[in-house]
Design a protein around this ligand. Sequence first.
Ligand code: TPP
Ligand code: SF4
Ligand code: MG
Length: 290
Amino acid sequence: MANVNYMLRGTAACPGCPIPRELNNILEIAGKDTVLVVPASCSTIIMGDDIHGMPSVVPVVHSPFAAPSAIASGIKAAMNQLNKKGNVIVWAGDGSTGDIGFASLSGAAERNEDIIYICYDNEAYMNTGIQRSGLTPRGAWSTTTPEGKREFKKPLPFLMMDHKIPYVATLSIAYPFDYEAKIKKAMTISGFRYLHILSPCPPGWRFDPSLTIEIAKLAVETGIWPLMEYENNKLKLTGPSILLKDKSKRKPIEEYLKLQERFKELSDEEKRLLEEDINAMWLEIERRMS
Ligand SMILES: Cc1ncc(C[n+]2csc(CCOP(=O)(O)OP(=O)(O)O)c2C)c(N)n1
Ligand code: SF4
Ligand SMILES: [Mg+2]
């Protein structure tokens, strides 16, 4: 990727946090004619507070938790009215995307608003102290699931495909060529585009900050995070996930779980249920690809 720093140095992100890198790569491709809409989250702090200032070189609108898709739709309508070109990108966490902002997200997708929505999924409400979200995986520890979450991870990418929007993709910062190709593709399409990045969080997932990329890579290699692309009503796997359709080619899930203390207390039964969730997700992918 080009070596332009769209995110300036010295953000308030924790050591090992992938958010500044993920955002920088997106903004490098989107360019300076971009407005970011960021709802309440870790990114609100990273994108600027009284102490650290504003680290991004593009304008950022901080939005209420529930409203980023509605605000982005309004900004795009105003830009059209003023004949201004440029991208409007929502950058939101899993709590905002899958739970509290889902109504406005679904509405904007159904209206096929001409915006790009990117969910960085760190699988909990991290900014307020690691509370479980609808996208926390089964069995994971959080401060509100001290014995492990009992429910499955809400399948957001599939739910967005069911809105029949022009483009849906899943991404991982561990696969930069696949990552960059999907952002570039999203920029060439009009209408509502939904991108979903699995975004490992060292303090929330309880792993050493040096392991962020390793864990992002293992999520793909074990099949818990398939890289996919949905376009023109068709779903396909991308990058290493193409071969991982064959279950025997996936690494054992233990390799992913054992590096994260949030799964330390996982019982055999919870692990079995988690594996069932993963198998069901792959069956759903096959069904949608056929
Ligand atoms: C309506 C409303 N409810 C709760 C909050 C408090 N709050 C601020 S950030 C946050 C967590 C956001 O979680 P997520 O969207 O996953 O982003 P992350 O912090 O993980 O980056 C919460 C609960 C708020 N700002 N507004
Ligand atoms: S809590 Fe997690 S997501 Fe939030 S800034 Fe720290 S590493 Fe990043
Ligand atoms: Mg989160």
